[in-house]
Design a protein around this ligand. Structure first.
Ligand code: FAD
Length: 566
């Protein structure tokens, strides 16, 4: 089992062919979306990501594939319509990681918001307020209309107080009703990103994406890239630059000598709770509502954990944002409003994460009113810089594909090339040939089991973890020396080696936080971390000192960024 192209080979290849069509800066979902679209259209493109893929804003989302019903109130009709369509596409193109998500709004008032909304549409009212049942009903009817005839998800449904309490007995008895509508849950955003990169590289040998490669500056027609592993520099000469550095867009433009002030990011944090009683109380529903000051609260079923969030706070610098103790207090306080009899404490928190929304600079009275729509900001070529830069401002995880399509069309036009393929119906990774129904899934697992030495339950686990990509992973496990991990028997040594060698893993945190969910779901133990580090060390030929240093670095990162302490 060996990666066809190693990191060193890719770096050599970049050195040997410095003249490229397009350089994409940033491997979040927006940069990766553009990379995939350009790749399938035959463009010579390089994506450079300074850290790991999907480790910035794209790793900090609330995991919702949604139209954003509350943006209707900010008159963002275009955005909501587009995002609903993209949500539907994700449910079809990435069914292994994006699943329908029933979303329930608990309501405490009948009327509030009804008279505010028209004022907000006309931009006359800046103060948010808690939504009442009537305004929610109006919004949900519009939302259903946007789903249109596609019907990837059912229409919304209102429940009386009595039926709501029968369905969710621990819900606050002060409610007057609940409304349930459907969105999508993006269960593994980090894996979707890496799978798109692998798909793109498989489709086009002139498309390369490298993590831990930072854009650090440049002179006239060259851009300087710095390998964050070796510290070495490489120069490339692009015809066009796509700046998809998210919250770091302005810093990156500045480094290229193209000063911009496009981004006014806001921080959002989340907690992952191990709380079986709360998990049971919400069932497979997300609870989603807005509190009096307009802040969104979500209580989201995530495997056997509960994800809660989120905040929306203006920040000065996107580096080093952390979930603070004040945010934790706020989240716990909001939970007690919805499920007052359930006791949640800091003991239940197994993971915390924060990120910065790359929103446009805007003078809104509240952060919730800053537009969530996306736009391309162009800095044209000039005497100092012979290439134009397209900066990707704003956007939602859900609508990355539509944004990427818009950027790709602009980029192709600038290169004088024409689009030959679309990503609209293009499956992602293990979503390709994914069996849709429960029966088709059973047949799929049986068929793979019949041609494998692995047990049906092992194939089932791999299928749930990787979708149809499980076929390749099962074959690799069967063909190689493979053992269950000592400290986590549902993972195996060959499976982990597969991820390390074929999914661009450089550091241990890439493996535990982004190629698997072990870290984010709070399933890590110190012995398991050491076992995984030993497999990584063996795959990379590290000596004991290097292995120990990596273990220490990862432990420090988990403690400092995610407050996970062993
Ligand atoms: C708290 C929160 C909740 C959200 N919830 C949702 C949700 O539920 N649903 C939804 O649809 N959207 C949601 N979003 C929005 C969505 O996640 C973001 O809009 C989207 O992920 C932005 O992606 P991006 O690729 O533009 O930025 P990023 O993911 O931040 O990617 C930018 C990348 O550029 C890299 N980079 C920076 N500088 C350089 C350099 N010099 N050289 C190389 N690389 C560089 C960074 O390391 C980073 O990986 C949420 C966002 C946040 C923060």
């Amino acid at each position: 089992m060996k990666n066809s192209t190693t990191r060193e080979q890719t770096i050599n290849n970049i050195r040997q062919t410095p003249d490229i069509d397009i350089l994409i800066i940033g491997g979040g979902v927006n940069g990766i979306g553009v990379f995939r679209d350009l790749a399938i259209n035959g463009v010579h493109v390089l994506l450079a990501e300074k850290a790991d893929f999907c480790s910035g804003a794209s790793a900090a989302s609330s995991h919702m594939a949604h139209g954003g019903i509350r943006y209707l109130e900010n008159s963002e009709f275009r955005l909501v319509r587009e995002a609903v369509k993209e949500r539907n596409r994700l449910l079809v193109n990435a069914p292994h990681y994006v699943k329908p998500l029933p979303t329930t709004i608990p309501m405490f008032k009948a009327f509030s918001g009804l008279f505010n909304a028209p004022l907000k549409f006309m931009r006359l009212l800046d103060k948010p307020s808690e939504r009442g049942a009537l305004i929610i009903k109006m919004g949900l009817m519009m939302y259903d209309a946007y789903t249109g005839s596609e019907r990837t998800v059912p229409r919304h449904d209102f429940k009386s107080r009595q039926s709501s309490l029968a369905a969710y007995p621990l819900l606050n008895p002060d409610i007057i009703a609940t409304a349930t509508y459907f969105d999508g849950a993006i269960l593994q955003p980090e894996r979707l990103c890496v799978e798109m990169i692998l798909d793109a590289e498989a489709a086009n040998p002139r498309a390369r994406a490298l993590n831990y490669l930072a854009v650090s500056g440049g002179e006239t027609d060259t851009v300087r890239l710095t390998d964050q592993v070796s510290g070495e520099s490489i120069a490339v000469r692009p015809k066009l630059v796509v700046n998809a550095a998210g919250p770091w867009i302005d810093f990156t433009n500045d480094a290229l000598g193209r000063r911009s002030r496009f981004i006014g990011g806001t921080k959002g944090s989340h907690l992952v709770l191990n709380h079986p009683q709360l998990r049971e109380a919400i069932g497979e529903n997300e609870f989603f509502f807005e509190n009096k000051d307009g802040r969104i609260v979500l209580i989201f079923p995530w495997f056997d954990r509960v994800l809660i969030g989120t905040s929306d706070l203006k920040i000065d610098h996107p580096d080093d944002v952390r979930c603070t103790e004040e945010e934790v207090d706020y989240f716990i306080g909001m939970l007690s409003k919805v499920f007052p009899s359930i006791k949640v404490t800091r003991e239940h928190i197994v993971f915390r994460f924060s990120g910065v929304r790359p929103l446009p600079t805007q003078d809104a009275a509240t952060t919730g009113q800053i537009s969530r729509d996306h736009s391309i900001r162009v800095i044209e070529a000039d005497g100092e810089r012979p290439f134009a830069t397209l900066s990707l401002v704003g956007g939602k995880w859900t609508s990355f594909r539509a944004f990427a399509e818009q950027v790709t069309d602009e980029a192709l036009a600038r290169l004088g090339a024409t689009r030959t393929r679309s990503t609209r119906d293009l499956p992602i990774g293990g979503g390709d040939q994914y069996p849709a129904t429960a029966k088709a899934q059973r047949d799929w697992v049986n068929a793979i089991t019949a041609e494998s030495t692995l047990t049906p339950s092992r194939i089932q686990t791999l299928f749930e973890r990787y979708g149809s990509r499980a076929k390749l992973i099962a074959a690799t496990c069967a063909a190689n020396d493979d053992q269950p991990l000592t400290h986590r028997a549902d993972y195996s040594t060959a499976e982990i080696r597969f991820l390390i060698q074929l999914e661009k893993i450089v550091y241990l945190d890439d493996l535990i936080l982004r190629r698997t969910l072990i870290g984010m779901l709070g399933e890590l133990t110190l012995p398991l971390l050491q076992e995984l580090c030993a497999i990584l060390a063996a795959a990379n030929g590290w000596d004991d000192a290097r292995r120990q240093a990596e273990e220490d670095r990862t432990l420090a990162l988990l403690a400092e960024r995610h407050q996970v302490i062993f």
